[in-house]
Write a protein that binds this ligand. Sequence first.
Ligand code: SAH
Length: 352
Amino acid sequence: MSEAPLSEIFKRLIATTGPISLMHFMGESNARYYSHRDALGAEGDFITAPEISQMFGELVGLWLADLWIRADRPDQVHYVELGPGRGYLARDAQRVMKLHGLEPRMHLVEGSTRLRDMQLAQVPGATFHHDLSSIPTDGPLLVAANEFLDALPVRQLVKTDEGWREIMVDVADDGFAFVAGRQPMDSAIPEARREAEPGTVIETCPGAAAQMFEVAGRLANQGGAALFIDYGHVQPRFGSTLQAVRAHQKLDPLAAPGEADLTAHVDFHQMKQIALSRGVEWMGTVTQGAWLTALGINQRAEALVKSSPHQRDVVMSARDRLIAPEQMGNLFKVMGLAAQGWPMGAGFALED
Ligand code: SAH
């Protein structure tokens, strides 16, 4: 069965109903994108930390096992991963958790059936979920999410001469263009941010806020901890961070709906505020480079090289890619959360 290109569907929709919100455009584009394309890996459009090296998932597994041991090894724990991609993080984390006596039930929250098949091959016996609502409530959760929040659709508001408006997508020539919506949106902007130069953009991600609200609420009710790893900023800021990537190249976000990965930076400041409002402990938000180094990525790399000396260059360049400040080391952040009464996680003591 062949489906109409998403660009044709959007054009018809806009012709009948007028411009659609950027949030609608991004949400539909990514739903189509993740269910149809081989997005991940060297052959795909972009490469993520668990795809770069097994060390990433192993250190996440080690972090979770360490915390679980210091929490006195509760039974009936559930590993929950949001947006597991091809399943490498879950696979590598599971292997290391098992070495330390931790064998949680594996729950994968994934919207794409195609990716679910790939994840099941890496984590046989995993249970799949469309969202958090069906995750069991009978034990603590160990939650991991890497490059998940950045894929959720953002809403953008722009200051015009007439006041704040939502950024919409309209048809233009052969493609699409951003336009300001007609409806006044001033009341959606917090008063402290309302005064701004024309052209100022504020970006928010209601989907990420909702996910954080839900995860933190679950931790508060049933115990456990969570790690959110993504690219983003720790201070509130103005401006659009929307970007599109296809075949490892950036392109115009409106150029190829459904055929490129659309992402935006995660607002870790807001994520923290939401988590705190639910009564969970915030361990800190640190750079990926600092966190992986504290967890022992250098020692793990040396151990891998020792067992396979011919792989030295591959292992060391993967390590550099994950932690070097000019590569993923600084741009990517790791935020740790824990239920009250749970111990602090490793790697968060030195920064905040
Ligand atoms: N964590 C993986 C993949 C990141 S890509 C890695 O690091 O390699 C983003 C992932 O989030 C994909 O698995 C995608 O299908 C999933 N995803 C995106 N939007 C989603 C949504 N609304 N609900 C559930 N999963 C979603």
